[in-house]
Design a protein around this ligand. Structure first.
Ligand code: AMP
Length: 281
């Protein structure tokens, strides 16, 4: 497995591998601190394309001024070992200056969607995400890019972006990987104290509850959201950010769940913001 640091190197690698028998190129964008969720994306990529690049880049433009950019976990050596073990061909680890050249003023703004769900509570977050993913897809000349349903609103924003910019890359979505007790894996779970780790189960419980209600025939947003609020209410140390039932493509709220509707929650457990979701209906 090669470790590349510049856009020119990544592009050259991609072109060489593609010309070597018409292979397809997959990209798995990450911020590092890799866990089994990331590993599942790398495996999905490996199963569906010829060559896989995993990018590891803690993207400053998607963090708000009071968020955790500086203290975000950085575990580069272990990340490379995991990527290699899962079959990645390349790790792309650029510097901030490599992706944002001095004086850079170009950003990708997916209007509308970028203000919904996480975009509502994290202004500028999806602008940063769309910008960096566009840069990575263009640099890698990827045929397919792999993302987790865990960040379902991000998927909606990136699908819209890829369609609007007519990027050739197909956006592939992979299922949420969970701990045995239900907690969705996240690099930010490392911030949780043992007590918070227990409280964090409220998110996956709320999601499972919504799945159960829908499978029992309940489809009204107001009922699904109220039931989830009750689960959070039992845990006063958790602050709800949002509980929403939305159309997964537009992220607009819906009153009744239909096939493909996204039920999504976000909450602060202590100082740690966690998200979870399910596709219902
Ligand atoms: P991150 O490093 O947090 O930016 O995540 C990189 C990619 O991994 C994103 O597409 C995430 O949606 C995905 N991902 C993170 N956690 C999980 C998980 N528990 N299951 C599946 N995919 C995940």
């Amino acid at each position: 497995m090669e470790i590349l640091h510049t856009v020119a190197e990544l592009r050259q690698w991609s072109r060489e591998e593609r010309n070597d028998g018409g292979n397809t190129i997959g990209l798995v964008p990450t911020m590092g601190a890799l866990h089994a969720g990331h590993a599942s994306l790398i495996r999905a990529a490996k199963d569906s394309v010829g060559y896989v690049a995993v990018s590891i880049f803690v993207n400053p433009t998607q963090f708000g001024p009071n968020e955790d950019y500086a203290r975000y976990p950085r575990t580069f050596e272990a990340d490379c070992a995991l990527a290699q073990a899962e079959g990645a061909d390349v790790v792309f680890a650029p510097s901030v200056e490599e992706l944002y050249p001095p004086g850079a003023t170009t950003f990708v703004e997916v209007e509308g969607l970028s203000k919904r769900l996480d975009g509502g509570s994290r202004p500028g977050h999806f602008r940063g995400v769309a910008t960096v993913v566009a840069k990575l897809l263009i640099a890698a000349e990827a045929d397919r890019a792999f993302f987790g349903q865990k960040d379902a609103a991000q998927v909606a924003v990136l699908r819209r972006m890829a369609a609007d910019l007519r990027l050739p890359a197909e956006i592939v979505v992979c299922p949420i990987v969970r701990e045995p007790d239900g907690l969705a894996l996240s690099s930010r779970n490392a911030y949780l104290s043992p007590a918070e780790r227990l409280q964090a189960l409220a998110l996956s419980r709320a999601v499972r509850q919504a799945e159960f209600l829908v499978s029992s025939g309940e489809r009204r947003a107001i009922v699904l959201i109220e039931a989830a609020s009750q689960i959070f209410a039992a845990n006063p140390s958790i602050r709800i950010d949002y509980i929403e039932l939305v159309n997964w493509a537009t992220l607009e709220p819906v009153e009744v769940a239909a096939p493909g509707t996204l039920f999504a929650v976000a909450a602060l457990v202590g100082a740690t913001r966690l998200i979870d979701n399910t596709i219902v209906g």
